[in-house]
Design a protein around this ligand. Structure first.
Ligand code: CDP
Length: 221
């Protein structure tokens, strides 16, 4: 089987896309791009500037004029106009606003183009919501990670507790459900599996188990 050099991983919030994508990319010696971090970075900038998150024109203008960089050297660092915002991408303000910013057609056009440019040259794992359907419709391998809403909330809850933060399971569950609803029901590139995506149910599988399944599909194990 020829090696898959572009791998798309899509799925709802807390389905494990980032962890799985990072580990998979490391095993294969590929680059990893977390497209969610780009939408989060733009949202962070919009919140910092106090923009109305319903103002599509202002958000589109901001997307066009903001330099979002997912640094390749220091794995996973994200900068906005040169400022390192990595630590702030998962703040409550960004969590609340990101689905509103991401549903703006003009914003998506700008970020999708950046993502397609990043993917040129292959040997890449890209994670998001619309990678298999829209960003890389010709990806060599498309994975869709399924997860139940209870497991999503449990994962986020544990993440927060492990980081020494306070967490309330109900609030987390409601927030994730709201975000997935907006992401799935927007008109521009909604969250949905590509027709040719291979589904992996992650509820009972740890990240390494998911990576192992994908490596089997790639023909690397
Ligand atoms: O890490 P988590 O799964 O919670 O979310 P994320 O991947 O960081 O994505 C944050 C948000 O960005 C999502 O809820 C979507 O609104 C948006 N997003 C998108 O619209 N398209 C993508 N390709 C990736 C993320």
């Amino acid at each position: 089987m020829p090696k898959s050099s572009t791998i798309a991983i899509d799925g709802p919030a807390a389905s494990g896309k980032t962890t799985v994508g990072q580990r998979l990319a490391r095993k294969l010696g590929y680059r990893f791009v977390d497209t969610g971090a780009m939408y989060r970075a733009l949202t962070w900038e919009a919140v910092r500037l106090g923009l109305d998150l319903e103002d599509e024109i202002a958000l589109t203008r901001l997307a066009r004029s903001t330099d979002i960089n997912i640094e390749r050297v220091k794995n996973g660092r994200v900068t906005v106009n040169g400022r390192d915002v990595t630590a702030e991408l998962r703040s409550d303000a960004v969590d609340l606003g990101v689905s509103l910013v991401s549903k703006v057609v003009g914003v998506r056009k700008v970020l999708v183009r950046k993502q397609q440019t990043l993917a040129r040259g292959g040997d890449i794992v890209m994670a998001g919501r619309d990678i298999g359907t829209n960003v890389l419709p010709d990806a060599d391998l498309k994975i869709y990670l399924d997860v139940s809403v209870e497991e999503q909330a449990r994962r986020r809850y544990n993440e927060l507790i492990e980081n020494g933060e306070t967490a309330d399971y109900r609030t987390i569950l409601n927030g994730l459900t709201r975000r997935d609803n907006i992401d799935s029901n927007r008109s521009a590139n909604p969250l949905k599996p590509a027709e040719d995506a291979i589904h992996i149910d992650t509820d009972k599988l740890k990240a390494d188990g998911v990576v192992a399944e994908i490596l089997t599909l790639v023909g690397e194990s």
